[in-house]
Design a binder for this molecule. Sequence first.
Ligand code: ADP
Ligand code: MG
Length: 260
Amino acid sequence: MTPRLSIENLSVTYASARGRLTAVRDLNLQVADGEFVAVLGPSGCGKSTLLNIASGLLKPSSGKVQIQGQPVAGPRRDVGIVFQQPTLLPWKTVLQNVLVPVEAMGLRVEDHMDRARALIRLVRLEGFEGHYPNELSGGMQQRVGIARGFMHDPQLLLMDEPFAALDAMTREHMSDELQDMWRQSGKSVLFITHSIPEAVYLADRVVVLSERPGTVVDVIDVPLPRPRTIATLGSAEFNAICNRLRLFFRTPAPGKGEPE
Ligand code: ADP
Ligand code: MG
């Protein structure tokens, strides 16, 4: 079957006044229909670069990026993106920000009000519909970004460390909501994180990236039963997989980031 997302031999080199910097090198990755794939790697290894490539916002220096067998030429309607920084429009309210994808597609906003409000409830922002981004905490803004990413019901979700700015309790709640939503909808998810437990809790497969230039050093299956719950976190199997992943990040070069 054609994978939902396929990345082949991807390399990305940035050219700036400071010179050339290769962020990603020879990276291969596939996400099947309905699959939840986590990408795990240290800070600065090229994870956001990978997401920007998959979302069509950035062009590869070399390699092939396809969604449903078609080359990615730019942003697509069947893809939802949750950025590492929420990038909300400051002059729009929470409700209006969540509705941005609907507007961008030229659809009738009134037809999507119920869904927008339901998503706002889901990310626990009920009562804040009329607030502006500068009236919200960083974690609240991030949750608006998450609701916005789901708004147009995309088949493929690209999420860049979506829960990194959230407090631990909200983070657990959001992980469970994401898992439920994914299980009910059959969507494909590419979920970027630097948290080992988060990757193992959510994913069917964990793709491990090296330090920059990011390339795949291993792909680990996570055969834990679903739904995963608080009991999963305490299970021997869960911890064995986490420990196996920790080995990849045990001996970082001095001064380089290490996943938690
Ligand atoms: P991660 O998300 O894993 O932390 P990024 O993809 O953001 O990593 O960045 C990978 C590397 O590419 C870093 O060294 C970063 O400084 C560099 N980089 C990212 N974006 C740009 C850019 N627009 N221009 C130049 N260098 C960049
Ligand atoms: Mg990043």
